[in-house]
Ligand binder design. Structure first.
Ligand SMILES: Cc1ncc(COP(=O)(O)O)c(C=O)c1O
Length: 464
């Protein structure tokens, strides 16, 4: 984050105080503005501070019209109330907040059960700040298991994954010096497949990351096929490579909407699974979860013991202090919705996604890359009927109407493909979907009327 280092403050460095506020606050009589990026010399009354910061945030987009994010943008008022009630609780203080710790334990047990851990008492897991931290922990466990197996510090571990992985896996590899072995996209294959995954594995492969589902187009990777191919590799005398399932979104969709799909601990090769509680777990940011199938999958050296009610409580996390409110909100959702509630909410999101993709796919200007029948997320690109504009121009035109729809280019080897992606979440109703379709139509009409050399303007730097 760049800091401004100008010598003399300019008006751009100051927040000006509306004269109405100054009149009502004699303490502000002499002050017309306040520094933005430096501490002011004296305090400001709380209502003035609130108003100025509140007003500055008006420039943010509307979270409900944000079709770019996977992260929850609506919760029930009762959940909000519980979060407000517990905003002062630190998750790490298990001794002081034993009941919050108990709710975390129950959430871990619920997820282990939902994902079919073979022996519930043996499954271990924890909450995190999100999937990124959960993936770091799962990756570390894979790395330590490999290191214990090979016992040779001079060797460099590698991790096999598709080019469609979320950036957290590239971070993991860079931060912990693991070689990323990336399977590029090819033709109409937009994610990892079994044959290419196995082809990259060797004795130094700590694991294969399978994604449920892909951030780029919402498709599920074929976890069972990858597991079967890795079983065959091991049976033939090759390396015995575990799978981590990055279920950031899909691990909270598939159990409810695709119960027969084999992707979880029912596959013996799946060592660990993560999800984002703040995505289809339906909680505001930030909470994530990671579960290991048994104690063998989580090396003991990664576990720290904190003092807990005079005893000892195992923890594994990168952060120490963390909000307890999100974990409490996660438990609220589990307790309140149950299986049927989650099923209904996720089905509604999938129905909206299928409806929208059907309508968009029928427009001559677009070609669907996915339909939203796995994650309730779909991606589409333009056909040669879109003349004089591209996905980036359309994304900007939709933004003018309040909708945030990311346009981006696919990774290697399909950088030639530029798409728009729509994420349907709880709270994106059929009514909003109709409005969205109207906005697309209006945006296209406008783009076609304006069509000229300046309109096709290329990527604007969206990072998914
Ligand atoms: C597949 C996948 N993995 C990991 C992440 C990172 O999740 P978080 O934002 O919870 O850290 C994302 C986020 O979109 C994702 O889609």
């Amino acid at each position: 984050m760049a800091l401004h280092h100008g010598s003399d403050p300019t008006p751009a460095d100051q927040l000006s105080i509306n004269a109405v506020l100054t009149d009502a606050n004699p303490a502000l009589a002499e002050r017309v503005s306040l520094p933005k990026s430096q501490l002011a010399a004296a305090p400001v009354p709380p209502d003035v501070a609130y108003q100025l910061i509140h007003d500055e945030l008006l420039l943010d987009g509307s979270a409900r019209l944000n079709l770019a994010t996977f992260v929850t943008t609506w919760m029930e008022p009762q959940a909000k109330q519980l979060m407000a009630d517990s905003v002062d609780k630190n998750m790490i203080d298990k001794d002081e907040y034993p009941q919050t710790a108990e709710l975390e334990r129950r959430c871990v047990a619920i997820l282990a059960d939902l994902w079919h851990a073979p022996a519930l008492a043996e499954a271990t897991g924890c909450s995190t700040t999100g999937s990124s931290e959960a993936c770091m922990l799962a990756g570390l466990a894979l790395q330590r298991r490999w290191a214990a197996r090979v016992g040779d510090r001079s060797r460099r571990p590698n991790l096999v994954m598709g080019a469609n992985v979320q950036v957290c896996w590239e971070k993991f590899c860079r931060y912990w010096d693991v070689e990323p072995r990336i399977v590029p996209m090819s033709g109409e294959r937009f994610h990892l497949d079994a044959a290419h995954a196995v082809a990259l594995c060797d004795e130094d492969t700590i694991g294969v990351v399978a994604i449920l589902g892909s951030t780029f187009d919402g498709s599920y990777e074929p976890v069972a096929e990858i597991a079967e191919a890795l079983d065959a590799l091991a049976a033939g005398g090759g390396p015995d490579v575990p799978i981590h399932v990055d279920g950031a979104s899909g691990a909270m969709i598939a159990p409810f909407l695709d119960p027969d799909l084999q992707w979880d601990f029912r596959l013996p090769r799946v060592a660990s699974i993560n999800t984002s509680g703040h995505k289809y777990g339906l909680v505001y940011p930030g909470v994530g979860w990671v579960i290991w199938r048994d104690s063998d999958a989580l090396p003991a050296e990664l576990i720290f013991n904190v003092n807990y009610l005079g005893g000892s409580m195992p923890t594994f996390a990168l952060n120490f202090s963390r909000p307890g409110a999100d974990v409490i909100a996660q438990y609220y959702n589990f307790f309140r919705l149950g299986r049927e509630g989650y099923r209904a909410v996720q089905q509604a999101a999938r129905d909206v996604a299928l409806y929208l993709s059907d309508r968009i796919g029928a427009m001559p200007q677009f070609r669907l890359l996915s339909r939203g029948d796995e994650l309730p997320v779909f991606a589409f690109t333009t056909t040669d009927q879109a003349t004089g504009w591209d996905v980036f121009a359309l994304s900007r035109a939709l933004r003018e109407r309040g909708w945030q729809v990311p346009a981006y280019t696919f990774p290697a080897d399909r950088q030639d493909l530029s798409v728009l992606r729509v994420v349907c979440r709880n709270g994106f109703s059929q009514d909003l979907a109709e409005n969205f379709l109207d906005s697309i139509q209006a945006a296209i009409t406008q783009l076609e009327a304006d069509a000229g050399p300046g309109v096709v303007s290329g990527p604007a730097g969206f990072r998914h």
